[in-house]
Write a protein that binds this ligand. Structure first.
Ligand code: NAD
Length: 356
């Protein structure tokens, strides 16, 4: 049996994580869940956005299914983390968002974001199938910013050989395992000669150890244009933290929007699965959220656990529900709510169980 820490999150988070949990339970996979609160709900009950209980749960499970969490735009919002370190002393951290805090604190160094066309999901393209590997630990996201004076702000971009090698090695290994054939490394080394230069050289060096996978490099702006013109020609994209963040949303747009974009954050011996979308406060609590991205993230969790049969069943159930188009949410062209669409997927899974 696998234990999973489940973070409901803010806004639409509780609705879509509940959907993912129902689908996982109906898939036949042997899982048990521990609820761990962070964000607005945690603050109400424990006074902290990120209470130590979430780390205690994660230390037991090493697996996290996370709903989106709310971060105020602008202002001086910081997430404070206080927890016992490996030496027993209290470790403190301060981060610009809950998602970043978890990725850093748990050492989740790569974000894997598949971008795939699904039947009957409205989009301009029909045959996109690529995977984005986003470096999760450094770049402009190290949060080292300062005001020089009232009218001047600056931020540090940090790229290291070690973090680049680690993410590149993971990405090429993953591509090899799933039989993908071409890696495109995004960069802007013509302008950022040191940071992006080091990134490109290091990633290409790792690529040489994988002769079965072709490697090409693209300047990040040209890559964005080509992705919009001919997305079907891309297979794997290896990107720094900020480029990866931006291109992930571009990728979601290629296949029908944020409602269909899942993600996994992977560390050395642990992983966290979450949709690309945020907490969508505009539709929270209205039974309008598309649960697909969160269900697809849960499906990635099963693949990570090598629960292939349960994952394949969910894949088939989703394909059928999307193909029939009777019970899909508004953003997918239907009129079903989150609950009705989830129930349709669960019914398909129960049907498969009865046939077996
Ligand atoms: P958002 O992704 O929450 O919403 C953008 C738009 O997409 C909204 O119109 C929303 O209604 C729609 N949308 C998003 N998910 C949907 C779904 N499943 N079904 C149907 N429609 C959906 O982005 P935002 O408005 O920029 O951010 C809102 C909050 O979420 C912010 O506080 C932001 O910091 C946070 N956020 C969190 C994460 C995370 O926890 N990993 C990621 C992104 C944003």
């Amino acid at each position: 049996m696998h234990r999973v820490s489940l973070i409901p999150g803010d806004g639409i988070g509780p609705e879509v994580t509940d959907a993912a949990r129902q689908v996982l339970e109906a898939s036949g996979a042997d899982l048990t869940f521990e609820i761990a609160l962070i964000g607005q709900e945690a603050e109400k009950t424990s006074g902290a956005q990120m209470p130590p209980a979430v780390f205690e749960s994660f230390a037991r499970t090493k697996l996290l299914l996370k709903g989106p969490t709310y971060t105020p735009f602008g202002g001086s919002f910081r997430v404070k983390v206080e927890r016992p370190g490996p030496d027993g002393k209290v470790q403190q951290g301060s981060y610009s968002s809950l998602a970043i805090a978890l990725r850093k604190e748990l050492g989740l160094y790569v974000n894997v974001r598949p971008v795939k066309s699904y039947p009957n999901v409205r989009s301009r393209y029909a045959d996109v199938d690529l995977v984005i590997f986003r470096e999760n630990s450094e770049d402009l996201y190290v949060g080292n910013e300062r005001m020089i004076d009232a009218d001047t702000a600056e931020g540090i971009k940090r790229i290291t050989r070690g973090a680049t090698e680690r993410v590149a090695k993971f990405a090429y290994d993953y591509m090899k395992q799933v039989g993908r054939k071409k890696m495109t490394i995004g960069h802007k080394s013509n302008v950022m000669k040191m940071t992006d230069g080091l990134w490109l050289r290091t990633a290409e060096e790792v690529g040489k150890g994988f002769p079965d996978i072709a490697t090409e490099a693209r300047v990040i702006d040209a890559l964005c244009m080509e992705l919009v013109i001919k997305p079907e020609t891309f297979d794997g994209l290896l990107l720094q933290n900020l480029y990866g963040d931006i291109v992930s949303d571009l990728g979601a747009g290629l296949v029908g929007g944020l409602g269909v974009a899942p993600g996994a954050n992977i560390g050395p011996d642990c992983a966290m699965f979450e949709a690309v979308h945020g907490s969508a406060p505009d539709i929270a609590g209205k039974d309008l959220a598309n649960p697909l991205a969160m269900i697809l993230s849960a499906l990635m969790l099963l693949r990570y656990l090598r629960e292939s049969d349960a994952a394949d069943r969910i894949d088939r159930a989703l394909e059928e529900v999307l193909r029939e188009r009777k019970h899909v949410t508004r953003d997918l062209g239907g009129d079903a709510g989150t609950r009705r669409m989830t129930a349709a997927v669960v019914e398909k899974l129960q049907g498969m169980k009865n046939q077996a």
